[in-house]
Design a protein around this ligand. Structure first.
Ligand code: NAD
Ligand code: WQD
Length: 335
């Protein structure tokens, strides 16, 4: 078995996936320039798995440095590509930063892959590629609509680059479209620990409960949903990690693996923002200071996944729910 290169291995989803891959016997190296993560993550991965992986502190956009990583590791057979900037609001303010980092980084990486021994490629895509979906649950056949942000466009464009660039090669690729990842590792040694401010719902809730924020503002409660707040499909980061391992095993061993495939990764159940808050209150045993505010521009009202394709083809069954997410996130916030 060759090596697996994980880009963004020190980041949130990447680090949890590295742990799962190591536990399934994979030999991992990471490329992460630490723009949104900390090197200490490598020690935490070691303390969970007993294995110390090497992280190359390299910017993917630096073609020459990336080529050196591939030259030093000619036995890389698979790549899982997490490294990207991901803040929707920041991408609206600094679109060029997002196109340069997420698109140039991908192009350098794909170029190295097609000129090396890489056979399998997995990409972190997002439900954001679907824009405002008309029919729920959202399947892989739901139309790709106008993206809500430059960040969303980088995911749509990246999927196209992957499709076209690997077509003339024997590299097989999978785009994994995550819904709303949250939660932390059960050991409490890994979780979301970004350098940039996290503005997603779950960290906002835990920061409020810790007193780091005055309150959580619910962005709108007059939508046409069961309690008026938006609906999302929150997926535990360890279920996501498991999906990456299964996707890689599928590419390596299944005769059904195609040149290019795509899978939705969610739990298939929509949870409203207010339900998420109540799940937090239940598992933490404390009231959250929240208030209803105006809708956030650009928010999709409701989105959740049909993940039956991942269940049937990858054998993936997410096991954790919103309470598991809140429990592990709360423990992580209190570490
Ligand atoms: P993260 O910021 O925690 O991890 C990304 C990692 O990539 C960071 O460690 C960062 O330092 C690194 N990185 C970024 N640009 C780089 C570059 N040019 N060169 C080298 N390293 C670079 O984010 P995450 O939540 O773990 O997200 C991982 C992937 O999943 C991203 O592609 C993101 O767009 C995608 N995704 C995330 C979510 C989510 O809500 N977290 C949802 C859907 C898709
Ligand atoms: C969730 C819900 C907010 C904060 C984003 C990206 C998406 C994907 C996942 C990467 C929404 C509400 C939030 C707050 C609130 N990422 N909310 N108060 O917007 O669903 O998805 O992350 O690919 O592409 O767009 O996630 O966590 O920001 O919001 O009421 O302080 O919580 O309105 O309904 P979102 P989120």
């Amino acid at each position: 078995m060759g090596k697996i290169l994980v880009t963004g291995g020190c980041g949130y989803i990447g680090s949890h996936t590295v742990v799962d891959l190591i536990e399934h016997g994979y030999d991992i190296i990471s490329v992460d320039n630490l723009i949104n993560s900390k090197e200490g993550v490598i020690d935490n991965i070691k303390s969970i798995t007993g294995v110390e992986i090497k992280n190359y502190e390299v910017d993917l956009c630096d073609d020459e440095a990336l080529k050196t990583v591939f030259a030093e590791n000619p036995d890389i057979t698979g790549v899982i590509h997490f490294a990207a900037l991901k803040a929707v609001g920041e991408s609206v303010e600094q679109p060029v930063l997002y196109f340069r980092n997420n698109i140039n980084g991908l192009i350098s990486l794909v170029d190295c892959c097609v000129n090396s021994n890489v056979k399998h490629f997995i990409f972190s895509s997002s439900c954001t590629v679907y824009g405002n979906v008309e029919h729920l649950p959202c399947t892989e056949k739901s139309p790709i609509r106008e993206a809500e942000s430059p960040y969303g466009r980088t995911k749509q464009i990246s999927e196209m680059i992957i499709e076209d660039s690997f077509r003339p090669t024997d590299v097989k690729a999978i785009n994994l479209r995550y819904f709303n990842p949250a939660g932390a590792h059960i050991s409490n040694k890994l979780g979301e620990d970004p350098k940039k401010v996290a503005l997603n719902l779950v960290p906002v809730i835990t920061e409020t409960a810790l007193g780091l924020r005055d309150k959580t503002v619910v962005f709108g409660d007059q939508y046409d949903t069961r309690d008026g707040s938006c609906i999302r499909d929150f997926i535990h980061v360890m279920d996501l990690a498991d999906a990456h391992t299964k996707a890689l095993q599928f590419l390596e061993t299944s005769p059904k693996a195609k040149a290019l495939d795509v899978f939705n990764l969610g739990i298939g159940q929509g949870v409203t923002v207010l339900e998420a808050i109540h799940a937090f209150e239940k598992v933490s045993g404390q009231k959250l200071n929240y208030e209803i505010g105006p809708p956030r521009p650009g928010d999709v009202i409701a989105i959740y996944a049909d993940y039956s394709k991942a269940r049937e083809e990858l054998g993936w069954n997410p096991e954790k729910n919103i309470e598991d997410i809140m429990e592990t996130s709360w423990k992580w916030a209190n570490r």
